[in-house]
Design a protein around this ligand. Structure first.
Ligand code: M6R
Length: 613
C-alpha cells in the first residue's frame, strides 16, 4: 500500500515525480506529497489531501524545482488522511523520508525519541523513521550508513526513500517486506514501488531483494545485502509498454480491463496448450515429477484471488480427484494449520505483493522447509514469484482498476490448466476429456467477446439498482464462488451491500432478508443442479423480490413477473461456464457504480495492492 517514487537527474525532477505518482495511485490515493532539494540545497515540501491532481494543482501555482526528490501517494494506516499525515516526513529540515509499509514498533520508538527531544508533527508510524535516521546520522559518516544503522531498530515492513541536504547528491533506499525498484537511465537514476511509475523514463530496472539497501547518485547505484555486504543485482529489461497502461478510448481502467479479457485469456493460453493438450511443463520443468507426488492441494489468497481459488477447489477435486482446501491468507498465516505431507501449496495473487498472501507462504515455508509451492500470479517480478518454487504467470497485462476483472478470469484459466495438469499426472484425465477441456478453453476468447456484446442489456438492468442498498447473489457449486465474486465487485465499486449464498442455503436464514427492495441475482448454468436451483428461484420469487437470472440458454429458466432472464451462453462445460458467467456480473457492477456516480477506478477506502497487514 502507498506508492513511492523518487530520483536524481539532470533536469527538474518534479514533473517526473508527479507523473510517477499518478501511475502509482492504484496503491493509494488519500493524500500525496513530495520533497525536493532545491538549488539552495534546502528541502522544499508540498503535500495535499486526496488525489495526486490536488498536489499538482498546488504545484502549478507554486513551483518547486530541483534535481533530487522523493514523492509519495498514501493509503492511510496510522493516522487519518490529512495534510499533516501525508508523506514525505521531515526531521529538523535535514532528513526527508517516504515510506511504504508499517513500522510495528513505532509507539516504542516514538516514546524513546520523544525522550531524546524529538517533536512529532504527525500521527504516522513513518515519522519515527525520519527521527531515527536523523539520530543515527550523528554517529555515521554517510547517509547510507545512517539508514543502515536506523533500520536495525525497525520491526515490520518497509520500503523507504531518504534524502538530505547534508548529502545532496544521494538518495538512499532500504527494502524489507515492501517492494522497491531502481530505474536506471543515462539521464539519472530513479526509485519506485513499481516499475509502472517509471516506464515512461526507462526500461532498465533492478529489483531490490529483501533486506537490501542502496546508495543512489545520478550516475551510480551501490547495493548492499541484509548483512551490509556490497552486492551486484541483475539489471532487467522490462517488457511493459507505456501504452499498456494508458486508458485509450475507455472511460475507466476497469472498463478497458473488462473489454481486454478476450485478448488476456488468449495470452494466458498461448504456448501453454496445443489444440488438444495442456503442457504440464508450462508450470516448470520439475512440475511433472512434483505434481505426480502431490496428495493434497492447499490454496491461499485474498479477495478476488481467493474467489478464483474457490472455483479451483471444485475443479481439482472433481477432475483431478485431489483433496483441495482454500483459505483466506489473512487467517491462514496466523493459525497452526495441519500441513499434510505431499501438499502442493498454491498462492494466487494478481500483484504478487499482497502482504497476507506473502506472509502465509513464508509461514508455511518456515514450518515445512520441503513444502512444494506454486504461485499463480500476474506480476513477473513480484515477491511471490521470487519466493515460490514454481510460478505460473497469468499474462493479463497490467491491471490498474482497483476492482479486479481480467486478473480474475485469467487466474481461472490458469487454474483450469493446473487442474488438468494435476489430473494428467495422476492419470485421472483421459485424452478425450483433456481434448474437450482444451477445446473449451481455446473457444473462450470468442465466447467472452460475444458476452461483452450484451453490455446494453446489462446497462438497462443496472438502472434498476439506482435506489438499492442491498443485493443478494445466488449460485450453486462453483457458481457460488462466481456469485461471491459478483457480490464483491458490486460492494467495492457501487457501495451496495451485497452477499452471496449457495442457493440451497437460503432457506436456512438469509431468505429473511428478501423483500421488494433487495434484488436477487442468480446464475443458472445448465448442469446437474439446475432443477434444484430452479426450485430455489421459486422460493425467492414468492417473497416478491426483483430477480435477474443469468442463464445458459439450455437452462430454459421460465421468466416470472419481476424476473429478467438473460441467456449469456449456450451449453457450456463446467470449466468454461464459471468464466463466462463472470462477465455479466463485472459489467453489472461497473454500470451500477457509474449510475451511482462513483469513481469506478478509485473506490473509497481501497487500494489496488494491499502490501500491509
Ligand atoms: O493482488 P492480489 O490478487 O493478491 O490482491 C488480492 C485482493 O486484494 C484483491 O483481489 C482485491 O480483493 C480486489 N480489490 C478485488 O477486486
Amino acid at each position: 500500500m502507498c506508492g513511492i517514487v523518487g530520483g536524481i537527474c539532470q533536469n527538474n525532477i518534479t514533473p517526473i515525480l508527479i507523473d510517477g505518482l499518478k501511475r502509482l495511485e492504484y496503491r493509494g490515493y488519500d493524500s500525496a506529497g513530495l520533497v525536493v532539494l532545491t538549488s539552495d540545497n534546502v528541502l522544499q515540501r508540498t503535500r495535499a489531501t486526496g488525489r495526486v491532481a490536488n498536489l499538482e494543482n498546488i504545484l502549478n501555482l507554486q513551483e518547486i524545482n530541483g534535481t533530487t526528490g522523493i514523492a509519495h501517494t498514501r493509503w492511510a494506516t496510522h493516522g487519518e488522511p490529512s495534510t499533516k499525515n501525508a508523506h514525505p516526513h521531515i526531521c529538523n529540515n535535514n532528513i526527508g523520508v517516504v515510506h511504504n509499509g508499517i513500522i510495528e514498533n513505532f509507539l516504542q520508538l516514538k516514546s524513546q525519541q520523544q525522550a531524546q527531544g524529538y517533536r512529532f508533527s504527525s500521527d504516522t508510524d513513518t515519522e519515527v523513521i525520519a527521527h531515527s535516521i536523523h539520530q543515527a546520522l550523528k554517529e555515521c559518516n554517510t547517509l547510507l550508513e545512517a539508514v543502515q544503522k536506523a533500520i536495525t531498530d525497525f520491526q515490520g515492513a518497509y520500503s523507504v526513500g531518504v534524502i538530505s541536504p547534508t548529502y545532496p547528491k544521494h538518495i538512499v533506499v532500504a527494502r524489507s517486506g515492501s517492494p522497491l525498484v531502481i530505474g536506471l537511465s543515462d539521464k539519472g537514476n530513479f526509485i519506485a514501488s513499481d516499475q509502472l511509475a517509471l516506464i515512461n523514463i526507462t526500461k532498465q530496472f533492478i529489483f531490490l531483494k529483501e533486506g537490501d539497501t542502496a546508495d543512489i547518485t545520478e550516475d551510480s547505484v551501490d547495493i548492499f545485502d541484509k548483512n551490509g555486504v556490497k552486492v551486484e543485482r541483475e539489471v532487467k529489461t522490462s517488457k511493459l509498454q507505456n501504452g499498456q497502461i494508458a486508458k485509450g478510448n475507455y472511460a475507466h481502467y476497469m472498463q478497458k480491463e473488462i473489454f481486454e479479457q478476450p485478448q488476456a485469456i488468449s495470452n494466458t493460453l498461448e504456448s501453454r496448450v496445443t489444440k488438444d493438450k495442456v503442457l504440464v511443463s508450462a508450470f516448470g520443468h520439475k512440475a511433472k515429477d512434483l505434481f505426480s507426488k502431490v496428495k493434497h492441494v492447499q490454496i491461499i489468497a485474498c479477495g478476488t484471488s481467493y474467489n478464483a481459488g474457490l472455483v479451483a477447489k471444485y475443479w481439482i477435486e472433481d477432475i483431478a480427484k485431489i483433496p483441495t482446501h482454500v483459505e483466506v491468507a489473512s487467517e491462514y498465516r496466523y493459525r497452526n494449520p495441519v500441513i499434510l505431507d505431499d501438499t502442493l501449496f498454491v498462492s494466487i495473487s494478481q500483484s504478487g505483493e499482497t502482504a497476507d498472501t506473502l506472509e502465509a507462504l513464508r509461514a508455511v515455508k518456515k514450518r515445512n522447509k520441503n513444502i512444494q509451492s506454486l504461485v499463480i500470479c500476474n506480476s513477473a517480478e513480484s515477491s511471490l514469484i521470487r519466493e515460490s518454487k514454481l510460478s505460473f504467470l497469468t499474462y493479463a497485462g497490467p491491471e490498474i482498476g482497483v476492482a479486479s476483472t481480467k486478473a480474475f478470469t485469467t487466474q481461472l484459466v490458469s487454474l483450469a490448466l493446473l487442474c488438468v495438469a494435476l489430473g494428467k499426472c495422476h492419470k485421472q484425465v483421459s485424452k478425450q476429456q483433456e481434448k474437450a477441456i482444451v477445446d473449451g478453453l481455446n473457444h473462450l476468447p470468442g465466447l467472452v467477446a460475444k458476452t461483452l456484446n450484451q453490455e446494453n442489456q446489462i446497462i438497462a438492468l443496472a438502472k434498476t439498482f439506482e435506489d438499492k442498498y442491498n443485493a443478494l447473489f445466488l449460485g450453486r457449486g462453483s457458481m457460488h464462488a462466481i456469485a461471491m465474486e459478483g457480490a464483491l465487485k458490486l460492494k467495492e465499486i457501487s457501495y451496495i451491500h451485497a452477499e452471496a449464498y449457495p442457493a440451497g442455503e437460503l432457506k436456512h436464514g438469509p431468505i429473511a432478508l428478501i423483500d421488494k427492495n433487495t434484488p436477487v441475482i442468480a446464475i443458472a448454468p445448465n448442469n446437474e443442479l439446475l432443477d434444484k436451483l430452479k426450485s430455489n428461484l421459486q422460493e425467492v420469487k414468492s417473497r416478491g423480490s426483483q430477480m435477474i437470472v443469468f442463464e445458459d440458454e439450455a437452462s430454459k429458466v421460465v421468466p416470472m413477473q419481476g424476473m429478467s432472464v438473460i441467456p449469456v451462453t449456450n451449453n457450456l462445460g463446467r470449466i468454461t461456464a464459471p468464466i463466462i458467467f463472470t462477465i455479466p456480473l463485472q459489467l453489472l457492477s461497473y454500470h451500477v457504480a457509474l449510475i451511482k456516480g462513483n469513481d469506478v477506478d478509485h473506490p473509497r477506502n481501497l487500494a489496488k495492492s494491499v502490501t500491509v497487514e
